[in-house]
Ligand binder design. Structure first.
Ligand SMILES: C[S@@+](CC[C@H](N)C(=O)[O-])C[C@H]1O[C@@H](n2cnc3c(N)ncnc32)[C@H](O)[C@@H]1O
Length: 202
């Protein structure tokens, strides 16, 4: 059986037109956040579960050295073709749980959108460990959590999360620097998203 831990699961969604998450353009909330003083002007950016790379492209075009990771062939092909056109965008065809600083270096920013909710909830702590491992000590996680609500977290993907769950999992691992409401979500995600800025816990 295909589970979302496998690239074949995601590839099947891409190739059967069920890639409902793909906006076909950069996420409006990210583009708005680029204008926010809290958005770092510089630094290497990691985009795990980057999909076709609309947001990774936006980071690279903003001037950041950007590494976009995915393991579904359709997503990797799209990322690969973007990376040929944009010098500071690199495509990594890999299971994100296999990322290591020894191979890819550490990142000043990790940008999260619709990857946390794509991963099986049983692997969420493991995903946070990847963030922890790949982020520089003074780095910033920019997590656009979606869906962020109190719905049943076991239905999905997308698996919803809640403020309570995130606080419990982050305790002692990440500190919340800011929680920013999103004003320009796409209609189906309205009221169910927020940007959390996280630092490594001291
Ligand atoms: C719901 S899609 C979101 C894509 C993109 N972030 C977006 O918002 O358009 C989740 C993506 O994460 C990728 N993915 C899921 N688990 C992964 C893993 N363990 N390693 C690498 N990529 C993964 C899938 O292939 C898929 O492209």
């Amino acid at each position: 059986m295909l589970t979302q831990n496998l690239s074949d699961y995601w590839e099947k969604l891409y190739t059967t037109g069920k890639d409902y998450w793909d906006l076909g353009k950069a996420t409006p909330a990210l583009l708005s956040f680029f204008k926010d003083a809290r958005c770092p002007a510089e630094g290497r950016v990691l985009v795990p579960g980057a999909g076709r790379g609309w947001d990774a492209k936006a980071w690279a075009e903003r001037g950041h050295e950007t590494v976009a990771v995915d393991f579904a062939p359709t997503a990797v092909d799209a990322l690969d073709s973007l990376s040929r056109k944009i010098a500071n965008l690199t495509c990594v065809d890999r299971d994100l749980f296999e990322l290591t600083p020894a191979k890819y270096g550490k990142f000043d920013v990790i940008y999260e959108y619709c990857c946390f909710s794509a991963i099986h909830p049983g692997r969420r702590d493991e995903y946070f460990e990847i963030w922890q491992k790949m982020l520089t000590d003074d780095g910033l996680i920019i997590a656009l959590f979606s869906p962020l609500c109190d719905d049943d977290t076991m239905v999905g993907p997308p698996h919803a999360t809640s403020e309570g769950e995130l606080m419990a999992r982050m305790d002692g691992v990440f500190e919340i620097q800011d929680q920013i409401p999103v004003a320009n979500s796409v209609p189906s995600r309205k009221g169910k998203e927020a940007i959390w800025l996280l630092r490594k816990a001291k």
